[in-house]
Ligand binder design. Sequence first.
Ligand code: BG6
Length: 486
Amino acid sequence: MNTVSPFDLVIFGGTGDLAARKLIPALYHRHCAEQLPQQARIIALGRRNLSRDAYLEKIFEKSRAQISNNYFKKRQWKAFTSRIEYQQLDAASDADFANLAEYLRDAQERVRIFYLSTSPDLFSGICERLAHSKLVKPNSRVVLEKPLGRDLHSADLINACVESVFSEKQIYRIDHYLGKEAVQNLMALRFGNSIFEPLWSHGKIRDVQITLAEQIGVEGRGEFYDKTGTLRDMVQNHLMQLLCIVAMEPPISMDADNVRDEKLKVIRSLQRFSPKDVLANTVRGQYRAGKVDGGKVPGYLDEPGIAADSRTETFVALRARINNWRWSGVPFFLRTGKRMHEQVGEVVINFYSLPHAIFPVAEGSNGTNRLYIRLQPQESIELHLMAKQAGDRNILKPVKLDLDLTGQNERHLDAYERLLMDVVRGNQTLFVRRDELNAAWQWVEPIMKVWESSEEAPDYYDAGTSGPESARNLIARNRVRWIEDV
Ligand code: BG6
């Protein structure tokens, strides 16, 4: 394992959910893999006045729940947490920033990472104070959690402020979907093998379906979610990035800008929606009470922090088109929702059926080839081929070719493990550049505008189902069904 350079990781929002559930467990795993050098320190910041021990106690339960029993060792946890320090910091207090500067004073040369895991309204103020307290050094980096703004205008204001303090090379806009192992494998599959390229275009691919379905609801984030909605929370970033990885041209190299140039071209080639197109190509839904995994759950409007007459969407389905030579005419169906029947994250590439079938196919199959890239609940890649069913007749049935390039018995790294180490290494390939982010906002803005000005309620669906009926109708118009209704 390659040990990374010594670093100080400063987490703004250190008492928050992301730090406890994702960042700390990810760093624990990297510690156990001996990837962290001895000097590496983690400085968690929060508004509350807590001792270091009280902080560790506070995050323990949430962090521990993310580490499987096979990997949790008390001794290792103790050694790992000796790297963690807690400091009280009010994002508006110059004195608190001065304290932080004092704490970091002995490590001016070291890689210094400021991880902003707070509400985005605080990003600009934090960056200004970092600059004012002379905390930003040539070897410093800033990580910005999503959502970055609410629309293009607010994102621009934040970016302008961050860029007045950090150069683009120092800015890491994180989209953790890019750090998922299956997404890396999709790139390896596409750009590390010769056999897929001739199949990867219109004429061969009939449609692409990307589904991110969650069983969870708004999980105590009601107030945030009600202002945000699924389009901003999942579509503008995670779904858009997955679509880019599926649709991008082979980059010249895996160098950050080469990869990001190609992703940007995909977003720019997406057909813009007129208000009429929005109505024809999108569905927004909101869950009502129902049963998930056998347990009763309340409807969205009854969750804490949600306005009684809220029209915020908890489900989105849409049909996108990419206007370029490779993808002309191929529909991309995207859907994501909360409180769905199952937790599923997958990209399905549906190839055309044979021009002329000479074999009968087994009942329940339509005889087409599919490539599944699964992100949730387990990461895997499967190619579904047709093969002869055992017996004395030539009847075909789909068989699954497991293309799991990582190996069955290896632990798949959590996305944050990979991404945090990339920040330390200074590799921006899996981070979003400002122009990509802007292009993504530009694409979703017409949808936001139509929905926000519409008097119509979202399409309701019962929790624990596959979303509103209208999502099925949306794609049925292309004579397609969602693969494995979730
Ligand atoms: C986050 C969203 O970015 O991604 C959450 O804010 C969502 O609403 C989460 O639940 C899903 O991530 P994952 O990795 O659990 O699929």
